[in-house]
Write a new protein. Structure first.
Length: 229
């Protein structure tokens, strides 16, 4: 299946065909595209594209090698990530690391990022509880995800959950349906699977074991596809 995107993401995905170092046409002429991941991180640090920056501790850019063959895209940073400034270092990140290890995938060879770069939360006493980003926040942050795609040029993109899939495709996506129909996004292979936080919410041990195995199988398939392309 070929997934279509909005203009901003389509511009970034078009750059996957361009020679390395060229970012392709800008979707928003008012904002210059970054020419490196380091420059992109500096630009993201000053992001005010949506109101989420006002209450977050800091921006959480993607992390990984410039030419990683596999890119994993999650939803947004959590409390741990917001404090550390690094993606996937909290409970969901540890679950993802466990799955990557089971799949034989070195995390250091994967680019990991989120659809939304600032932590959205609801204060509850001293705790900060995760709150799902809305469509406006997802769309405003696609500018940064698009640049990560253009700079990294992954062979395979995996959306971890519905928010990531929505950001990448520009439309609502049902994970259960999309998981059965991997396809292409621009000139990269594209797949959708669950977010590792889904596994943390499963109470039944048998369910958790079964779904973890499915998640590992999805990652193995993506890694094998990246090696073959």
């Amino acid at each position: 299946m070929e997934y279509r995107t909005g203009a901003a993401m389509a511009s970034a995905l078009h750059a996957l065909d361009a020679p390395a170092g060229r970012a392709g046409p800008a979707a928003e002429p008012q904002e210059a595209r970054a020419v490196s991941l380091a420059a992109l991180r500096r630009a993201e640090a000053g992001c005010t594209r949506c109101p989420l920056y006002r209450h977050a501790t800091q921006v959480v850019p993607g992390e990984g090698p410039r030419m990683a063959a596999l890119m994993l895209v999650g939803e947004q940073p959590g409390d741990s990530e917001d404090r550390a400034g690094t993606p996937f270092v909290g409970p969901a990140g540890r679950m993802m690391d466990k799955a990557l290890d089971a799949a034989g995938i070195p995390r250091g060879e994967v680019f990991v990022t989120n659809a939304v770069k600032h932590f959205k939360f609801e204060p509850r006493g001293k705790r900060r509880l995760h709150k799902k980003p809305n469509a406006y926040e997802i769309d405003r942050c696609r500018w940064w995800l698009g640049q990560e795609l253009a700079l990294v040029r992954p062979k395979v993109i995996v959306a971890l959950g519905a928010t990531a899939a929505r950001s990448l495709t520009g439309r609502p996506v049902t994970v259960s349906a999309a998981r059965r129909t991997p396809g292409t996004l621009g000139h990269a292979a594209f797949a959708v699977t669950v977010h590792p936080s889904f596994l943390l919410r499963l109470r039944d041990a048998a369910d958790r074991e079964r779904e973890f195995a499915r998640f590992v199988a999805d990652l193995e398939q993506a890694w094998g596809l990246a090696a073959a392309r």
